[in-house]
Design a protein. Sequence first.
Lengths: 453, 155
Amino acid sequence: MSIFLLQIPVQLSDSFTEFTNIAGRSLLEVVSAEFQNGSYFRPLRRGLIKVVVDLSGGNYHLAFRGFQAAQVVVLLLLAVRMLRVQSRAGIVALPLALAILVGIHTFAGVVLEGFPINHFLTVLVCCAAAVNLAQARPRALVDAAAAVVLVAAMLTIESGLLVWVLFVAARAVGCRGVSRHGLIVLTACVALYFVGRFVVLGGSAPGLTERSAGFGFSALDPDELVARFGSNPAPFHLYNFVSAISCVLFAEPRGGVWAFVRNLTSGIPEAWQVVNVITSTATTLLIGRYTALRFSSWRAGAFNDADRFVVLFLVMLPANALFAAAYEKDVIMSPAGLFYAAAAYMVVREMTAAEASPRVTPLIVAPVLVLVIAVGWTVRFVGIHDSLRARAMSVRDEWAYYDDWAREQPTDTSLDAPQAAIKQQLFEDAVLRAPRVPQLSLGAIGALFDRTQ
Amino acid sequence: MSTDVAARVVLPPLAGFVLVVGYVVAESLGCGALTVPEAGTVSEAAAMGRAARALQLMAEGQDANQPQRVREGLLDQASHELLPIDAAILGRHAEIVRLLQRSGVVQRNTDRTACFARMRLPEVLSDLGSSAAPADKDSDIETTIRTCTPKEPLR
């Protein structure tokens, strides 16, 4: 995957303006300006972009895509470490868990987009790091590291607050790496965040006018959203919350739009939609069945290793969906997607282990369902690489049309000399010096891959 | 653990990993299976809608004002000698037509280019400075080229 990532140039949309914004400004200026950004509060994100730009020595493509690829590698290492693969059943379940982690639609946005640093990916790394810390032997150093991870995550993007949810939930199910005192400090950090952001800085939550959003069978632009929900946005927020949960569990809706249902009722859904919905639904059924089997033990406060991850997922899912209440976007749910993969790993591990041990509560699953899940996630895992290759082509072409892009921007895009030099560098990286990666041609098989992500 | 269940769980994703890794290795060794052929001329890039590749080839020195070969299978089953702007029109890539114009391409065979546009891509007629009306019906590549290419006088 990292090789595919390195073939994508730094993108024009959602990235180039980041370069022009920080050009000629110090790190302090860049970060402090983010404290007055109204609806969004992401000072570390832009600060990190500034650091990578300064360290890149002008080699932006390698620096930013390399950073993204490195983040993916770190995420996978941390994810595998947190799963504690020790038994034969664990080894058997691991490839499927990785296929789910990488193949799930909520993950696509963290690799297909570079802003130029993908902050959703940064938060995923922080989430995986948080679980590793929670699993560690309790020490003062772990508490300090937990605080650093939390602060880094919540100053990167709003959903970084989920790291606090993770620490609390992990302790509740018996992961005692972070001490009680450490948890109090983390909670104080979160309180400070809210006071600082909403009381001291006077920030606000994103409104309906920020962007288009999916609703029902189509997307509504900001004017339509205001006309429909301006007087009472609560139903829209509730819709987004429910949609975000359903998006993770059933791969439908996507971005708030029930496209599979629409296609099902008006004709024939796309092959990739069928693959996604069936695979996700079958996996959710498996997790649901495990939950039903183990629920009585949980009520008694007894959690084994597998239970902990299933509970973490069940806590993270609604908590994560709260951050999608303003507008539903698949990638916002990427932390829940990470723990969906972890929960699926544990359930599959328990299922295969139960086959061999009569002492374990049997989780009997139809063999055909197991095969559907494994094949479906494999298709989705391979498909993300197809999407990455298509992305490399589209980003190259995006830069070729720079003039059109500049003309369509709502704000002035004229560049001063340093900004023009950056533009020229990025243009040459993308158009003239980009690695020559061929477009994939997979024939009918390509219909199985989700190319909308 | 039942070998049957374990196999069902582990084999598909392992096959997926092997497939992706094998593809990367094969590609790095120069194997071009499962890929669309890369454009070798500006005309081919224009026909395929590959804007960045067109600019790259122009920067490498290809003259976009000269007819260039478009291999069979890219526009239709035949190979053609076409100006890049004509190839873009036949491939129905209006944005490439405009990109080529912005990049300094001069229209050399105005009547033929306008004829192509009438039959394949009427939306660029105004960009070409033509006041011709769009053709009544859609035409395939072969018909368009045959219709718009002046016939050699009989000897």
